[in-house]
Ligand binder design. Structure first.
Ligand code: G
Ligand code: G
Ligand code: MN
Ligand code: NA
Length: 250
């Protein structure tokens, strides 16, 4: 209850901050995208992870203004980057209850002067779990605006594969649980290999999350993934830090 009041105030006082984690093209080694990850810079407690407040924000409805702020802020920041670098923003399933989500996306892009194709929205399969076609419809509207749609945490839900038939995703992000035991984990390797093949067949960009070691990288490279993200390349960085990294790597 107390944290709920504090979180609302944090939003008003500008205590939320976006960090950005680079995604690397495995062929060119260039940064293709930076994923925006929210943090709360608490005046006493320091930097608080979203793990500790996103579900609270979802329970209290604060996810709506928080999500709106995140989207606008991420677009503004990305407009400062070179045009070959995109920004990825995580969307909560609850944001789809707001029928005007596609209008918010369009408005954030216009306000920032960001080319729509440079915005990627990451959703989990729970977005497509709803019985009605409401969310699917909103995804199609967002697509019409020109933004890209990525399926996050791929493989951790109940029917990731069937959702590839429901909606033509632009990108699949294989969950880091399948990367952590590579290259020895036989099951993980088989799954990762299958997903790379599906992505290739469907023309979907394939990304692996949570690459921490060189041996994990070698394993995913052998399977032909397009991109990788993980501590081996970079941790989530402040806006200033990621800007320096982008400049240095060009
Ligand atoms: O950033 P971290 O590194 O700790 O992220 C933890 C979790 O919080 C991830 O599942 C991530 O998708 C989620 N998360 C981070 N930023 C946002 C955000 O802006 N919106 C939503 N809905 N989830 C986010
Ligand atoms: O759920 P989503 O994929 O949006 O969340 C990304 C989360 O993964 C963030 O919490 C981010 O900090 C974390 N993350 C990114 N790279 C790595 C990594 O290499 N190892 C681990 N353990 N976590 C990572
Ligand atoms: Mn994500
Ligand atoms: Na994930």
């Amino acid at each position: 209850q107390e944290m709920k009041i504090e979180l609302r105030r944090a939003l008003e006082r500008g205590e939320l901050e976006l960090f950005y984690q680079p995604l690397i093209n495995l062929g060119t080694k260039q940064i293709t995208t930076c994923e925006a990850l929210v943090r709360w810079r608490h005046p006493d407690k320091g930097l608080i992870s979203p793990v500790e407040f996103i579900s609270l924000a979802e329970e209290t409805g604060l996810i709506i203004p928080l999500g709106e702020w995140t989207l606008r802020q991420a677009c503004r920041e990305a407009a400062k980057w070179p045009p070959h670098i995109s920004v990825a923003v995580n969307l909560s399933p609850l944001q789809f209850r707001n029928r005007k989500l596609s209008a918010l996306v369009a408005d954030s892009l216009r306000e920032a002067g960001l080319d729509p194709s440079r915005l990627q929205l990451e959703i989990t399969e729970s977005v497509l779990l709803d019985e009605s076609d409401n969310n699917l419809h909103i995804l199609q509207e967002i697509r019409q605006v020109g933004a890209k749609i990525a399926m996050d945490d791929f493989g951790t839900g109940y029917s990731s594969l069937s959702y590839l038939r429901t909606f033509p995703f632009d990108k699949i992000k294989v969950d880091r649980e399948f990367i952590s035991d590579l290259p020895t984990g036989k099951e993980s390797l088989a799954i990762v290999r299958a997903v790379a093949g599906i992505g290739r067949s469907l023309g979907i960009t394939t990304t692996v999350e949570g690459v921490e070691t060189q041996t994990q990288l070698d394993a995913v490279n052998a399977e032909g993934f397009d991109e990788a993200q993980g501590y081996l390349f970079a941790r989530p960085l402040s806006a200033e830090q990621v800007f320096e990294v982008i400049k240095a790597r060009r």
